[in-house]
Design a protein around this ligand. Structure first.
Ligand code: NAP
Length: 232
């Protein structure tokens, strides 16, 4: 398999080390790859400002794409959806196997607890992270929202004099030091609390998962995939 790594930062470098000979290009811009070079799949861990151009080139050249970059807005998401009609794209805000397992758990647990438990999400990351809440927290939130029978409002952080509404989900972002990434979903009921926590101890877990995603995407038809498709 011939993988092009888009993004040469911390994650890109970790994937390059783990992927060995499979990584045939390590670039900040796909323009740096010759058009006639065989590329089976592109992995993207870059910056949200680079996704638009990345999509243009992948569509033009027909490269399957794994997008792991976070922090993009609705406009970029729309462009990703449009591009996935022409090329296969796997979109994952967290490529670790653990977070994907937690998403499955939340799908099943949320309907059982709805109405009797208040739901809060706390995420913690290093002090260099620019987007808040994390893409993973947003994914966890979306999973919970989809599993609820009605739409809850979202409250980011809290201050001031207001009691919590029954139908709201609190989302809290902590930033400090070198925390790789922690996500906790709290279901707080009367006299009982369920907490589901995932702690990333190194960035390697994301690299291992992203390489699995790349493997999965080779030869797929044009569609927007998630890691859920991989585990069917
Ligand atoms: N899906 C997942 O599982 C997962 C896991 C970890 C991280 N991520 C996401 O993946 C992305 C990359 O993470 P990372 O830890 O590798 O970050 P990083 O070390 O900062 O590297 C990001 C890459 O983007 C470039 N970049 C950074 N800021 C930029 C800007 N303002 N404009 C243009 N280019 C910029 C960097 O180039 P320079 O080195 O030249 O600045 C580098 O090539 C982030 O969005 C992060 O949230 C996702």
């Amino acid at each position: 398999m011939r993988i092009a790594m888009h993004g040469t930062g911390t994650m890109g470098t970790t994937i390059k080390e783990l992927g060995g000979d499979k990584i045939v290009a390590f670039v900040d811009d796909l323009d740096q790859i010759k058009k006639d070079e065989q590329i089976d799949v592109v992995i993207d861990f870059s910056h949200f400002s680079k996704i638009s151009k990345l999509l243009d080139i992948c569509v033009e050249r027909g490269y399957p794409l794994v997008i792991a970059t976070t922090g993009y807005d609705g406009e970029i998401l729309e462009k990703i959806v449009e591009a996935s009609k022409k090329i296969p794209i796997l979109l994952s805000s967290n490529t670790s196997l653990g977070i994907n397992a937690i998403n499955d758990i939340l799908e099943k647990l949320t309907p059982k607890l709805e109405g009797n438990f208040d739901i809060e999400i706390i995420e913690k990351h290093h002090n260099k992270k620019i987007d808040a809440p994390s893409g993973t927290a947003i994914t966890l939130l979306e999973t919970i929202q989809k599993a609820l029978s009605e739409r809850y409002s979202i409250v980011h952080g809290r201050e001031g004099m207001r009691r919590r509404d029954k139908k709201e989900i609190g989302v809290h972002a902590v930033r400090g030091g070198t925390i790789v990434g922690e996500h906790t979903v709290i279901f707080a009921g009367e006299d009982e609390i369920i907490e589901i926590t995932h702690k990333a101890l190194s960035k390697k877990i994301f690299a291992v998962g992203a390489l699995k995603c790349a493997d999965y995407m080779v030869g797929k038809k044009a569609k927007l995939y998630t890691m859920k498709d991989m585990f069917k």
